[in-house]
Design a binder for this molecule. Structure first.
Ligand SMILES: [Cu+2]
Length: 139
C-alpha cells in the first residue's frame, strides 16, 4: 500500500468519525423539535450484502476477510459472496493466486466468486496488495 492510500484511508476514518459525532449531537435535537424526520427502514443506509442462497458471505473490512477461514469440500462447487461495505479498507480486489482468479470488489456490491477446489489442503486468497489474507480449508 502506498502512502497516498494510507492518507486517503485516514481521511475516510476522520470523516466517518465526524459523521458519527454529528449524528450523535444532532439526533436528540431533531427528535425533540417540532419536525421529526421519519426514517423508513433502510433509508440513508449502505446497501447490505446480497448473498445468493447457498453462498458463503465474506465481509471485507479493515480487519480483513470475515470469515478468514472457510471450510470447503474437494470437487464440490462453492459460492463465495464477497461484500465490501465501504472503501475504508484496502480490499479493492480479491485474488485467488493458485486459481488465477482476480475480481474487483466495488464498495456496496456483492461479488460472487464460484470455485470448485480440486484437491484437499489450504487454498489461499488475498487482497490485491497481499495484505488481507484468507483461506479455504479444503477436505
Ligand atoms: Cu490490500
Amino acid at each position: 500500500m502506498d502512502t497516498r492510500n494510507i492518507k486517503r484511508q485516514a481521511l475516510y476514518l476522520v470523516i466517518g468519525a465526524l459523521g458519527c459525532v454529528l449524528v450523535w449531537k444532532i439526533a436528540p435535537l431533531l427528535s425533540t423539535s417540532s419536525f421529526v424526520i421519519r426514517m423508513t427502514p433502510g433509508a440513508n443506509m449502505t446497501q447490505g450484502p446480497h448473498a445468493p442462497p447457498g453462498s458463503v458471505l465474506v465481509n471485507v473490512s479493515m480487519v480483513g476477510f470475515d470469515p478468514a477461514s472457510i471450510e470447503a469440500k474437494a470437487g464440490q462447487p462453492l459460492k463465495l459472496a464477497f461484500f465490501r461495505p465501504n472503501t475504508a479498507n484496502c480490499g479493492r480486489e480479491v485474488v485467488f493466486p493458485s486459481l488465477g482468479i482476480r475480481k474487483e470488489l466495488p464498495p456496496g456490491q456483492t461479488v460472487v466468486v464460484d470455485i470448485t477446489p480440486s484437491k484437499s489442503g489450504p487454498l489461499g486468497f488475498e487482497c490485491g496488495m497481499k495484505m488481507l489474507k484468507g483461506q479455504l480449508i479444503v477436505r
